[in-house]
Write a protein that binds this ligand. Sequence first.
Ligand code: NAI
Length: 767
Amino acid sequence: MNSIAKIMETMEYGPSVEDSGAVREWLAGHPRWGHFIGGKFTKPGKGFDTIDPATGEVLAHISQGTVGDVTAAVRAARRAQPGWAKLSGHERARFIYAIARTIQKRERFLSVLETMDNGKPIRESRDIDIPLVVRHFYHHAGWAELRDSEFPDHAPLGVCGQIIPWNFPLLMLAWKIAPALAAGNTVVLKPAEYTPLTALAFAEICAAVGLPAGVVNIVTGDGETGAALVDAKVDKIAFTGSTEVGRAIRAATAGSGKRLTLELGGKSPFVVMPDADLDAAVEGVVDSIWFNQGQVCCAGSRILVAEQVADAFETRLRHRLSHLRMGPPLDKSTDIGAIVHPVQKARIEAIVAEGIAAGAELVGGETGDGCFIAPGYLKNITPANPAMAQEIFGPIATLSSFRNADEAVELANNTRYGLAASVWSESAAVATDIAAQIRAGVVWVNCANLFDAAAPFGGMRESGFGREGGRVGMLDYLAPPPVKPAKAADAGRLSAMPHEGASAGGIGIDRTPKLYIGGAQKRPDGGASYEVKGGLVPFGNRKDIRNAVEAAAKSVKWAGMGGHGRAQVLYYIAENLSARAEDFARLTSKPEVDAAIRRCFHYAAQADKFDGRAVHAKAGHVTLVLPEPWGVMGVICPEEAPLAGFLSLVLPAIAMGNNVVALPSQQGALAVTELYQVFDTSDLPGGVVNIVTGPHADLAKTLAQHDEVAAIWSTPAQRRLVEAENVGNLKATWTPAPRDWLGPQAQGVEFLDHAVQWKTVWQPYGA
Ligand code: NAI
């Protein structure tokens, strides 16, 4: 007989299956789906079945979107956009609010549908996914209401193409659609081929609340439909998915003028310090990698534990692992549901097998019939093991240890990704010290996988760029206040000639200016110069760029100097520039020198004021949204206004703590070479500003390809090249619109916004 004690020990439950009657009735009424275009569903076309991965049951037939379907949807969105943007913020807010409210009323239905289409446990879709969807629409109804006062003179981008994955189908839809609509854009969204059903149910909700036709369009299909959307006449592409497809989209949109945000893969570290609360940390692992079967881009998939507590931690982890229940996703007591699709299951198995072949030992992780894989982890795994580097995207973590805090940080950052991290320590000083050193867009201190509409989410490095959520997420759907356009000047072709000094056989005094690298004047590698008005300047080459990037990467003091310290240097530059104003005016003009000095004052002022904020996203936590420098930035300067244009770009970048490799105006470079002395006498640490003169096209290519460069600002002339060449490490790129570089529109927060990446740090607060 079962005693209560025995029940408590075994924790055996009877089945407690959520009722799927309403969903089944709905599916029976909709066996075949078309697309949702211009407020109506199209006639279903050729396509594929979407299945319940837990049972293999066919749920519905889905249409494969063709180029024609995508074009029709983009047209409908284009037609609807001016009307939607013309509504007042309040009117848009009412629609978004109505969407939130309707989803809230249909929470149970949508949770069941999501679980059936995706395989995730009902507990998760009911308690996490759908409530977060509702929260996202409410939050963005608020941004619609406040757009004009919070983002004065900003405008919507137009039509946004949005492509989402299958791991959080309706939540990813909400992350994409809510901010886009709040800003005044219209959208064409393509859900993932494995999980289109909640997007189609969402289309019904749009129709039910009377959203104007064409504001939201849903086109279903696979990667080909996605690629057609990328190529369509849209103003922005927002993508969440694999890094591989992210790269393809970067290449496909290069030079097209489309705005782009990418939220890609991860291999996020989960760091357990020696003084961590081990039981809490083990629960953190459950929330990290065994949440949603590990199919989470920000899953804490690399568990790194302090050597001193590694055994104790693993004992607890194994115990907890043995109590996780894998089973039917609709059962309310299921912890681990089904993997989304057999293809994905095979992919997970292949990576785990590779890991085992390379010497790792698998604990748990047995594969079941159908789409089931039990939770587990790989131990005795070396950093070189492929399973340690690749995103497994399944319920299998890696477990390894570290000796001290420095090694923890080194291992945590030993990845090409930078999406998220989780840090566990009972000492606030230790936890925040580690959190500050980890290069990731989101860091959770003593918590894991928390999300909120007010807390920006997004990656660094190969995890992509752009943020979703909160104020900074809104900026990715808005165009900055318009500038008075100015035509970008063209330098024409430059031709290299032997260096003056070299031609004099080393006897004469070499008065040709040099490059400025690591705080010193350096001869160009090729020993050549080119002619500009007023003299000769070095003809830099790709080796010079590499040296400059190396010098910039090595100079680590600057970011740590703080806003005040950097402001002091900028004021000092202004002072030294003023002292030599006449020399500079001879090379440029007096108004240009005045503008250059104003830039120094402006960014000295901003250095300690352009800052982040704290948001109270969840009770018991404070979420810090912090601007962080990119690290090494490449800056290609405008041809016109050589001095003011150069400083208008370089100063905001360095004010935020970046080190810069700058390519000055090709024809106006002489004036910039005069700055070397100003920098030398202004306490600017060597390596913060590096200057390579020469042909932009050649130099920009090397700069864009270099993996140490994290972000690059381009000119319109180099934009296509820079965007096409940066696919290696997926640099963030920005091309400021040509403007009067002497005027007030050449300075301000627009520049600072692009000089930082946002890091969201979740901390316990008042818990
Ligand atoms: P995927 O990147 O191929 O699919 C994501 C979305 O992009 C889907 O809607 C898909 O139809 C679309 N797509 C595919 N090729 C496209 C193209 N050339 N142009 C435009 N859109 C395209 O991801 P997949 O194959 O489903 O999963 C493979 C791996 O990607 C996973 O194992 C995981 O490692 C990673 N992944 C990461 C996600 C994240 O949230 N960061 C989400 C899904 C997958």
